[in-house]
Design a protein around this ligand. Structure first.
Ligand code: NI
Length: 179
């Protein structure tokens, strides 16, 4: 397995609609393993294929990972979803503070559906459905958005988005100065 290089805002691949995966084979399974390893290495809750430069409809996530008292990272329940689509959205919404590995060190409150149902293919190609609420539903909506070229900042008001992008730019300049 290997850790894949991350694409960051404003990389154009992050704004593209990703293509469906036609054939689920060993190459795809290996790629999903690499995506999971990359996600854990960067302490992300989820990762979408376009974030590692592949414009295909695949996401990975783990809503149950945590750090123990000694600060050691522990895997929870890794999931890999191929060609995921949201087939139900609750009317009820929730507000959740989100971050994204493609916009490092930034966070903002985003409104999402509280409960959703997602249809997808697993790594064997079987069609599955999952019902999710709260945190898991938020991660799924965030990652599936990536497959349509949508970032969480696209859900913010223009003012909030511009403020966040300014902070991102500042953080990058400070990092460049230190390096
Ligand atoms: Ni993201």
């Amino acid at each position: 397995m290997s850790i894949l290089p991350l694409r960051e805002y404003p990389d154009p691949i992050l704004h593209q609609k990703a293509q469906s995966v036609a054939k689920i084979d060993d190459e795809i399974r290996l790629f999903l393993d690499d995506m999971l390893e990359t996600m854990y290495a960067d302490r992300g809750a989820g990762l979408a294929a376009p974030q590692v430069g592949v414009s295909k409809r695949m996401i990975v996530l783990d809503a149950e990972q945590k750090e123990d008292e000694d600060g050691h990272h522990q895997k929870g329940h890794p999931m890999a979803l191929i060609n995921p689509e949201i087939i139900y959205k609750s009317e009820e919404k929730i507000l959740f503070c989100e971050g994204c590995l493609s916009l490092p060190e930034q966070r903002a409150d985003v409104e999402r559906h509280q409960k959703i149902k997602v249809r997808y293919q697993d790594t064997n190609g079987s069609v599955k459905e999952i019902e999710a609420e709260d945190y898991l539903a938020v991660i799924l909506q965030h990652e599936i958005d990536h497959l349509d070229g949508i970032l969480y900042i696209d859900h913010l008001s223009r003012l909030k988005r511009e403020m966040l992008l300014k902070k991102l730019q500042k953080a990058r300049e400070q990092k460049a100065e230190k390096a």
